[in-house]
Design a protein around this ligand. Structure first.
Ligand code: FAD
Ligand code: UDP
Length: 370
């Protein structure tokens, strides 16, 4: 008899498996329908021996000391601050938009103070910031919005920014200084030997059994378990009772070039002129030295594996109904980006899983407490 059947071996499922096994001696069966652990953070060495992320670039960053310290039990780190350039008007300029972006784009020599004045002169006044368009035009005006955000967002989501919650483009700040880092979190680092190695360590507990290439529905009836932790799409769990929740997908085109280097920074975004949104060159992220280099191109898709919940009011309404069902389903805990329909980064999923573990463990009988 397993104490927990955990569906999905990504961050949500693996953190909970590790905590429940190591802190409370629970017996865990973790299943994933894919052929590997790690969920979307899975990485591996490709045929040329270059460490790549199968499901697109994953850069770890967090402000949570608790999350960073927790993951440090399973990996050493390599400091890495991600930098992104955007291809706009035939030039490569920093994104998030900063002082150098505007100066380079317009051939100016503004100071930070002058840039603030410039933004104030072009920004559109909005009484209420509701959409992803509002966020950007209220800060940098319509022209920069069109150059950097509108095309990229339409490609990525197949929606106009005016149809998406403000939270989507609000992920990318605007700066008047020269800071060209994509993230400003306190902790920014990559697992020294990769994500998959970190997941292997998390799951290497004698109480944790791993079953790959298995949809949980294939074994649910024949494997006895007490409770379930479910990290797949919430609508699929309930057989789409209230209809399909939209999840956006991507197609990843991987390529290895017979040269040591391809582009000047880890990621280059293409807001306007290509069918893909961005190209990432993995060696920047991993620090690996190799005579060849590997890239991934991201092509947004409507169909395929669910990668992104789509934050907009009508979807929030449908999710609310699924959440009510989930809350009323005893013995099943819904955790992670797909199961709680939240556009979460890795650290947020870890934080959510740790907090669910806290909740579960406070309900354990006293004699089982660590
Ligand atoms: P997942 O990793 O999706 O794991 C869920 C698992 O459940 C999957 O492995 C799936 O196969 C399995 N599953 C689903 N249904 C079933 C079933 N019926 N039976 C068995 N198994 C099932 N975050 C960052 O912090 N930094 C980044 O740079 C970053 N970049 C990203 C880039 C891309 C392209 C994407 C898509 C996401 C990125 N993220 C990034 C977000 C990050 O991937 C997620 O926050 C995190 O991986 C979510 O973990 P999870 O466990 O909730 O879900
Ligand atoms: N975005 C954009 N232009 C850019 C970068 C981002 O319009 O150059 C918008 C786009 O809508 C994107 C969102 O901001 O989906 C969030 O960007 P982020 O880089 O955080 O996306 P993720 O890494 O999660 O795919």
């Amino acid at each position: 008899m397993f104490d927990y059947l955990i569906v999905g071996a990504g961050f949500a499922g693996s953190v909970l498996a590790e905590r429940l096994a190591s802190q409370a001696g629970k017996k865990i069966l973790i299943v994933d329908k894919r052929s590997h652990i790690g969920g979307n953070a899975y990485d591996h060495y490709n045929d040329d021996g270059i460490l790549v992320h199968k499901y697109g670039p994953h850069i770890f960053h967090t402000n949570s000391r608790q999350v960073f310290e927790y993951l440090s039990n399973f990996t050493e780190w390599r400091s890495y601050e991600h930098r992104v350039l955007a291809s706009v008007d035939g030039q490569l300029v920093p994104i998030p938009i900063n002082l150098d972006t505007v100066n380079k784009l317009y051939g100016l020599n503004l100071t930070s103070f002058q840039l603030e004045e410039f933004f104030a002169s072009v920004a559109e006044k909005k009484e209420y910031i509701r959409t992803s368009e509002d966020v950007v035009v209220s800060k940098v005006g319509r022209e920069l919005y069109e150059k950097f955000f509108r095309g990229y967002t339409r490609k990525q989501w197949d929606l106009d920014p005016s149809e998406l919650d403000k939270s989507v483009t609000a992920r990318v700040p605007t700066r008047t200084n020269r800071d060209d880092r994509y993230f400003t979190d306190t902790y920014q680092a990559m697992p020294l030997h990769g994500y998959t190695r970190m997941f292997e360590k998390m799951l290497s507990h004698p109480n944790i059994k791993i079953m790959l290439n298995t949809d949980y529905r294939e074994i649910q009836q024949i494997m006895p378990y007490r409770e379930m932790i479910y990290t797949g799409p919430v609508d699929a769990y309930f057989d789409f009772r209230y209809g399909k929740l939209p999840y956006r997908s991507l197609e990843f085109k991987h390529e290895t070039l017979n040269q040591p280097n391809h582009q000047p920074t880890g990621t280059v975004n293409y807001p306007n002129e290509q069918l893909y949104t961005r190209i990432t060159e993995f060696k920047y992220l991993t620090g690996q030295e190799h005579p060849k280099t590997s890239l991934v191109y991201e092509y947004p898709r409507a169909e395929g594996d669910p990668y992104y919940p789509v934050p907009r009011p009508e979807n929030a309404e449908v999710y609310k109904k699924y959440k009510e069902l989930a809350d009323a389903t005893p013995g099943v805990h819904f955790v992670g980006r797909l199961a709680t329909y939240k556009y979460y980064n890795m650290d947020q999923v870890v934080a959510q899983a740790l907090s669910i573990h806290e909740k579960i463990s406070t309900k354990l009988p006293l004699e089982l407490e660590p």
